[in-house]
Design a protein around this ligand. Structure first.
Ligand SMILES: Nc1nc2c(c(=O)[nH]1)N[C@H]1C(S)=C(S)[C@@H](COP(=O)(O)OP(=O)(O)OC[C@H]3O[C@@H](n4cnc5c(N)ncnc54)[C@H](O)[C@@H]3O)O[C@H]1N2
Ligand code: MOO
Length: 327
């Protein structure tokens, strides 16, 4: 049983949980650790942080201490490339072991936070992270919880396994196809090549080529098939993504794909982004806005492709809320 006793009577007792101090100096942290045996000289320090009483004793059967409750579920929640250290002030922190893309199973996270005493606060899913970056802070709200809650969290974790992971970026073979008669004939200077080179430079890749094509379906298909024969992981198309009669790129991507995923998505700029899959190869149509705006739908999806995420229509559709990037 847990008992509340006056700090003056606490000398020789074992502290039940970490005690936090916040000081005018800017300090916030643990002043006394769980398990500390209270000494006579601690009494004034405890009063300085507002403690007149403290808990001593043990929990009844069927209840779990805050630190044990979070530590017991940690391994169940994490997939690849995530580490954690011992909880402090009841909180556990998950960190990235590597440079990569942090991915959350959002339904799983929602269910975890709905469960009851547990809370998990995270950085946004699909953040690019470095080794050592903080990803998740998890703790239960009360000082202890029921054993059943721990088991329920484990069940949720099993259902969505894993709820948190960091996916390493892969080295991809990339082919680029720049369409448009005005660019192909040299009528205007191409502006896409420097943009795509800069975007790709952040990821490990082998460039198979950057080819200019007229607005001619057969021509574009031929170049794409050449990249596919060279084992491309990603073919990027630009130009002709919109509504004009010469805009044949989305329908060409559709015909080249064996799984067509999306034509147009609720993000601006970058509305006309198009994606199909030919086997393992992503066929990505990049709309004109990428030559004009610094950040578009292209920048949202390029990291996911380099992390080799299996992209579904829902991954594009869910971006509508917040999808107006240049407010
Ligand atoms: N009435 C509508 N107008 C527009 C729509 C629409 O739905 N209805 N969509 C808008 C969106 S969104 C985009 S994006 C652009 C169309 O962009 P595209 O990707 O189809 O680009 P193009 O039509 O081929 O060219 C537009 C513009 O950009 C120049 N361009 C294209 N490629 C290059 C290149 N490699 N280097 C330099 N310049 C390039 C091209 O010459 C045109 O001037 O349409 C909106 N409008
Ligand atoms: O698809 Mo557009 O202008 O939003 O790039």
């Amino acid at each position: 049983m847990l008992k509340k006793i006056k700090v003056e009577d606490a000398v020789g007792h074992v502290l039940f949980h970490d005690l936090t101090g916040i000081k005018a100096s800017g300090f916030k942290g643990v002043l006394f650790k769980r398990g500390h045996v209270i000494q006579k000289e601690d009494i004034e320090k405890l009063k300085d942080i507002g403690k007149e009483n403290i808990f001593v004793g043990e929990l009844d059967k069927g209840f779990v201490h805050e630190e044990d409750a979070i530590r017991e579920v940690a391994d169940d929640l994490i997939g690849e490339n995530i580490s954690y250290s011992n909880p402090s002030e009841g909180k556990i922190g998950f960190k990235s072991k590597t440079y990569g893309l942090f991915v959350i199973n959002r339904k799983g996270l929602f269910d975890l936070n709905m469960e009851g005493d547990y809370t998990f606060a995270t950085i946004p899913s699909y953040s690019i992270v470095n080794e050592g970056d903080n990803l998740v802070g998890g703790r239960i709200v009360p000082l202890f919880t029921e054993e059943d809650q721990v088991q329920n969290i484990k069940k949720i974790a099993k259902k969505y396994e894993p709820i948190f992971e960091v996916k390493k970026f892969q080295k991809l073979k990339v082919g680029v196809i720049i369409t448009g008669n005005e660019v192909f004939t040299g009528r205007i200077k191409d502006m896409f090549e420097p943009v795509v080179r800069e975007k790709l430079s952040h990821f490990n890749h082998e460039l198979l080529g950057i080819e200019k094509c007229p607005d001619d379906k057969e021509y574009i298909e031929k170049v794409c098939k050449k990249y596919l024969e060279e084992d491309a992981d990603l073919v990027i198309f630009s130009g002709g993504m919109s509504v004009d009669p010469d805009d044949i790129t989305p329908s060409t991507i559709k015909d080249l794909s064996d799984k067509f995923i999306i034509q147009g998505m609720p993000v601006q700029p970058g509305n006309m982004l198009t994606l199909g899959m030919k086997g393992k190869t992503y066929l990505l149509g990049v709309p004109g806005a990428s030559m004009h705006s610094k950040f578009t739908s292209f920048d949202i999806f390029l990291p996911r492709i380099f992390a080799k995420i299996d992209l579904k229509k829902e991954d594009f559709i869910e971006l509508g809320e917040g999808g107006l990037l240049n407010k």
